[in-house]
Design a protein. Structure first.
Lengths: 110, 117
């Protein structure tokens, strides 16, 4: 079936550190892939997306590249800020349904 | 951009009470909406797909008599948690399918935190 696996958190980093959150997926065909962010007490916000192989999604300094050969969509940011502290969900779209990973909680220390 | 409004944002009620949560698409018509449930520090689990003018489609393991979904118009879907008990306490999030070709497949509400005493 379709599923998303992402690294477990929490991930704790110092401000300005480099961030990687790993995400791999299992799906038939080539689904669209997404990263969502959830700030404390809030709903979900789309962070970035990629719809086909080798696409790179980017937003607010975050990037992720759709890697078909490794079925991965790792999230990266070169220099994190305290305001990036949140829960990040990797997700795929199949038949109009979004399937989420378990989420990775990110703590950025000043 | 498209906005989905969810109401209420927080509700606390006694065990045995039924609670209704509304999900509205504010500037577009949503023939399909989705209801998710999120337990603390866990992912979103799809509960059901709500289709305007027809019965909702529930995911495996979700009690349809417990979680009543009504999608009576193109801009409103409601989730009613019937005879709620403490184990129903959770964060419920709705989303609306975007068929306008926008930037994202679904637009999410801000969620409803339900606490059953």
């Amino acid at each position: 079936g379709n599923s998303v696996t992402q690294m477990e958190g929490p991930v704790t980093l110092s401000e300005e550190a480099f961030l990687t959150i790993n995400c791999t997926y299992t799906a038939t065909g080539y689904p669209s892939l997404f990263w969502y962010v959830q700030y404390p007490g809030e709903g979900l916000q789309l962070l970035l997306k990629a719809t086909k192989a080798d696409d790179k999604g980017s937003n607010k300094g975050f990037e992720a590249t759709y890697r078909k050969e490794t079925t991965s969509f790792h999230l990266e940011k070169g220099s994190v800020q305290v305001s990036d502290s949140a829960v990040y969900f990797c997700a795929l779209l199949r038949d109009d349904k979004i399937i989420f990973g378990k989420g990775t909680r990110l703590h950025i220390l000043p | 951009g498209a906005v989905v409004s969810q109401h209420p944002s927080w509700v606390i009620c006694k065990s045995g009470t039924s609670v209704k949560i509304e999900c509205r698409s504010l500037d577009f018509q949503a023939t399909t909406m989705f209801w998710y449930r999120q337990f603390p520090k866990q992912s979103l689990m799809l509960m059901a797909t709500s289709n305007e003018g027809s019965k909702a489609t529930y995911e495996q393991g979700v009690e349809k008599d417990k979680f009543l979904i009504n999608h009576a118009s193109l801009t409103l879907s409601t989730l009613t948690v019937t005879s709620a008990h403490p184990e129903d306490s959770s964060f419920y999030i709705c989303s609306a399918l975007d068929v306008t070709g926008g930037n994202q497949p679904q637009h999410f509400g801000d969620g409803t935190r339900l606490s059953i005493l």
